[in-house]
Ligand binder design. Structure first.
Ligand code: NOJ
Length: 711
């Protein structure tokens, strides 16, 4: 229901157009731990869309001549604008929306500054995403029997479900999808802040090196953090929609009800990404937009499918390849309440059913798929946000491994189904964390073993079975009895092994790893040891008397994050050596939290994100060197994140700090009626780096102009 205030606004807009998997407490606190369906259905791929005319071929042919298949975009590198076709992009001609949100006129939403002499207004100190929480009491598990829909999945039931478990949801300030100007205008270049001899301009770095032609540059987001409009379009509630109603559960009492409103503003976001020279956008789908109740026996929501179709189509129209993640922690609330979600094996078939529906719907229009985002983080947090009680037989020690067991099987069955259905493209999951660097050097045996333990618990727990052996890492099997770590059968091992086509690492940082203070044996034998069971320590400083910090630090609310550019190349090759794949490796997330950014009094200060700029430039430079000098097949980099948003930062739980730390390369004014975006320096710097280093052959030239190492 649109209130009159919002209707008016919309009109204006329209017119204007414990341990790792059990993160050790010590790491949680100091670093927040860095942190088949039945087989053989060979039926032809059918689209679940309601209308036969609503398909890619016939879509908007009047004004759109694009194909969803590879980017026939051309570039105008002087202005670093990238756009798909002449017919679509002549300014002023792009007058019809491509579906979601209906028709619209070209508009910049008032985000593009026109005055050369602006008068800065102070930034608000409050955030419109904050609510007065409506629920009381501790968040319990509510698992197994908290709800039973008895097969009634009607619209009425969905409305009741929202009302009973979530309550009132904030209305989005606008409900149109305005079309951005084409090509989207970029700001004038920001001034140089330091002398050239101190800080190079992006174009002047590594000038003889170029990325390969098909290299992917872009940014990533996730549904719960970016879309907002959490109740619009028939979406069902997620555990986060529910848990954010408990006072203080999110420290600033913000919710993702409105968020960045990507659900309605995706065209603006994609046009701005394209204008910067990006050619890829990685986003996740809300499971509950497609299955509001989550389960395989519940109905699919065609409006949800239509939204993602529009998002995918519009991406391609901007010369941007969409990369889709199926699950970025937004567990359907219904499944959490019915059977405890990842605590139960029932999650496997429900997930495979959701994935299959998505594959069938978008086959051919998405070429890179991700099943699960950062499963170590997800499972280690007790299936958060529900963490205070567990279903019978589980506790905080056991739960992470029960979750990992079910999640690995859900991933494997999904990939097997993907292959049976001959879905086009490649599929994998996203890891986080790092293998690690021995703190006291490579000749220190204890630290080397600590690194092995770190790699096994933080990455190998999923990567070892999926890329290498079909089974858990030996270290985990030696440490954890079957009552804690369920064992895979031989049949399951066969199912799991080989179910990834590339490696994706959310490689924010690489840390120094050292042995536990009391030694490995004492730690491994003591379940109460704060470092158990990983039994290693991550250090943020040098093993020297002054204990210098060895890398630049981020906002103090993100204590796990450092600009560890110096370890990136090694980290990428370490990962591929341990977890080999023919598909190469993607830096699927990397980003930086500029200190104090949320507290700046003026936007021009908040957009001067110098540390983030240096972080991104140093990582991009190291990736380029990894390709050219080391021969590491890095295929793409996805910065985190396209815009400011609800994010990961807290002592113990991802996302619980709400919007109080920003990670975006665009500032979002959450109090603006249009959720105004403003480019930060880091966005422009990345754009300039991409545009001055793209379309090469992946080779480097030495000083004499000869080719360096090839790959
Ligand atoms: C990891 C997660 O995938 C994302 O949701 C989070 O916001 C970022 N990293 C930043 O911590």
């Amino acid at each position: 229901m649109i209130t009159s205030k919002f209707a008016l606004l919309s009109l204006v807009v329209w017119l204007g157009t414990t341990n790792a998997l059990h993160i050790p407490r010590q790491e949680q606190e100091s670093s927040s731990n860095n942190s088949e369906n039945s087989e053989g259905d060979q039926s032809p791929i059918a689209t679940p869309y309601a209308s036969p005319t609503d398909n890619y071929e016939t879509h908007d042919t009047a004004t759109h001549t694009y194909s969803p298949y590879p980017t026939d975009y051309h570039s105008d590198s002087d202005k670093h604008t990238y756009h798909p076709t002449e017919t679509q992009t002549k300014k002023g001609e792009y007058t019809k929306g491509s579906g979601h949100g209906g028709e619209c006129t070209t508009t910049d939403l008032g985000w593009i500054p026109t005055s050369g002499y602006p008068t800065p207004t102070p930034l608000a100190t409050t955030n419109a995403n904050a609510i007065t929480p409506t629920r009381t009491g501790p968040i319990g598990s509510h698992t197994g029997s908290a709800i039973d829909f008895k097969g009634d999945y009607s619209d009425w039931q969905l409305e009741e479900f929202w009302d009973d478990w979530v309550g009132p949801v904030q209305e989005p300030p606008l409900r149109d999808t305005p079309c951005p100007p084409q090509p989207y205008p970029l700001p004038e270049d920001p001034p140089h802040l330091f002398p050239d001899y101190l800080v190079s301009h992006p174009e002047d770095i590594l000038t003889k090196y170029k990325f390969p032609k098909d290299f992917l540059f872009g940014w990533a987001t996730a549904a719960q953090q970016w879309e907002g409009a959490v109740k619009d379009g028939g979406k069902g509630p997620t555990v986060w929609d529910w848990a954010s109603r408990f006072p203080g559960f999110i420290v600033d009492n913000t919710t993702s009800d409105v968020g960045d409103l990507g659900y309605y503003l995706y065209k603006q976001d994609l046009a701005r990404l394209a204008a910067l020279g990006g050619n890829v956008y990685s986003f996740s789908m809300f499971w509950t937009r497609i299955f509001p109740f989550g389960s395989a026996d519940s109905p699919v929501n065609h409006e949800g499918l239509k939204f993602y179709k529009d998002l995918i189509d519009y991406s391609w129209s901007q010369g941007i390849e969409p990369v889709v993640t199926l699950f970025h922690w937004d567990t359907p609330l219904a499944l959490q309440l019915e059977y405890g979600a990842f605590a139960s094996e029932r999650i496997i078939d429900d997930f495979v059913n959701y994935a299959e529906t998505v594959f069938r719907a978008y086959n051919g229009t998405v070429h890179k798929w991700v099943t699960f985002n950062e499963p170590v983080v997800f499972c280690s947090q007790g299936g958060y946000p529900i963490n205070s009680t567990f279903p019978e037989g589980l506790n905080s020690t056991v739960y992470p491994y029960t979750c990992s067991y079910h999640l690995t099987l859900a991933h494997a069955k999904t990939v097997r189904r993907f292959r049976e259905l001959n879905i086009q493209g490649e599929i994998a999951f996203k890891s986080d964390n790092f293998v690690g660097v021995p703190w006291r050097g490579y000749d220190n045996k204890e630290d080397l073993y600590a690194v092995e333990r770190h790699a096994a618990y933080q990455i190998g727990v999923f990567a070892e079975p999926i890329y290498v052996s079909g089974d858990w890492p030996e270290i985990l099997k030696n440490d954890l009895p079957p009552e804690i770590l369920p064992r895979f059968s031989d049949e399951q091992k066969e199912l799991i092994k080989g179910t990834a086509d590339f490696f994706a690492i959310d490689g924010y940082r690489v840390g120094y790893v050292t042995a536990p203070p009391n030694g490995f044996d004492a730690c491994i034998a003591n379940i109460s040891d704060p470092l158990w069971p990983v039994c290693n320590q991550v250090n943020f400083y040098e093993p020297t008397p002054y204990a210098w910090g060895f890398a630049d630090f981020a906002d103090k609310r993100v204590p796990w994050l450092q600009n560890t550019w110096q370890f990136l190349r090694q980290s990428l090759s370490d990962l591929l050596r341990r977890y080999p794949t023919d598909g190469g490796i993607y830096l699927s997330e990397f980003g930086f939290a500029e200190p104090g950014e949320n507290e700046q009094p003026y936007k021009y200060i908040a957009t001067t994100d110098t540390k983030r700029e240096l972080y991104f430039l140093s990582y991009l430079g190291e990736v380029l060197k990894a390709i050219v000098e080391d021969g590491t097949p890095v295929k793409g980099t996805f910065g985190w994140s396209l815009v400011d948003k609800l994010l990961r930062i807290s002592q113990s739980f991802e996302w619980n700090n709400g919007f109080s730390v920003r990670f975006g390369v665009q500032y979002v004014d959450f109090n603006s009626p249009t959720l105004e975006r403003t480019f930060k320096r880091s966005a422009i710097a990345m754009s300039k780096f991409w545009n001055s280093h793209r379309n090469g052959d992946g080779h480097g030239k030495d000083d004499k102009g000869d080719d360096k190492k090839k790959w």
